[in-house]
Design a protein around this ligand. Sequence first.
Ligand code: SAH
Ligand code: SF4
Length: 370
Amino acid sequence: MTSPTEKTNLLGLPKAKLEAFFESLGEKRFRATQLLQWMHQRGVDDFDQMTNVSKPLREKLKEVAEVRGPEVIFDETSKDGTRKWVMRMDNGNSVETVLIPDGERGTLCVSSQIGCSLDCTFCSTGKRGFNRNLTAAEIIGQVWVARKAFMPFEPGADRPITNVVMMGMGEPLLNFDNVVDAMNLMMEDLAYGISKRRVTLSTSGVVPALDQLGEVTDVSLAISLHAPNDELRNQLVPLNKKYPIAELLAATRRYLDRLPDKRKATIEYTVIEGVNDQPEHARQLSKVLKGLPCKINLIPFNPFPESDFRRPKLTATRRFQTILNEAGYITTIRTTRGDDIDAACGQLVGRVEDRTRRSQRYIQVQQVTP
Ligand code: SAH
Ligand code: SF4
């Protein structure tokens, strides 16, 4: 995974890969257990502090490996307790990670890519274009930084991170292997020990990768639907032209059917005023989802400067919710958190140097079509 001059960053290696790494050094596999605990449970990145590892092995590790988390360049807590970190990754680009405390629950929203190539019309990340995939170390590094911020834990205190959602910047299924490695570390008892039900991958619907996902993991699933028919979804989520709603929901069902336990998918629906918020859309949605084990999460659109879309009135969102509730769906409205520190959904932009130059194209389009 590295060139001869580069050191292996052990932070991103799930247990099996870390065991293979130690075997390649001629060491015993149980070293992986020790390293996982030092790195992830205790937040240690200095081999010299790993006191149950022999001195010669520590010296060897220093030559060929490193434990390197992302550099934190911004760390602020909102009035409502939401905490946001901006982390600088290797090529100078930054991504954002948000922790949303809610009673005993602490949900960490993690990014999978720098930018996103899918260009959904209502998403500021998409508008900034795509730069690159994050490595597994950079993805789990966000959890590592957030967890370290609460160390040492007070005895008996609530755990600060109980849930992780892959809902930050990027499309996780387009960075498949690294996201799977990072999610395995989230669920690993020797690392973060988060239950598979509480690790959620959110996708806009890369159907073949969703089927592949079911073969390698059993995390929870959130589907970014946003529209009840293909005509409208084609406009909001361009990927729908490749994988339309019926195919996406069939793949979602296949995924749920494979799970060893009974679980519902979360259907995410960003509600945009005058676009997808009419009672007719709610009725269509209730038909389209019929028979799928799911709950629906309505996300009022969060405006951002480059978008003409507007946030819906709360009454319109409530009316939408009532129709779905009456059709028998558990439906929640996501409250906006962390507004004062720009931590809300769709505002996780970071500073992206766009390899696709989409932001420039977008600005030009905006200028010619006022
Ligand atoms: N790419 C993945 C995960 C990241 S986006 C996906 O699309 O599912 C995570 C969620 O943020 C998506 O459901 C998306 O709809 C939502 N989102 C993006 N921009 C938003 C905005 N401006 N307002 C509200 N929600 C937004
Ligand atoms: Fe990418 Fe998700 Fe934003 Fe769409 S909503 S552009 S898939 S990050």
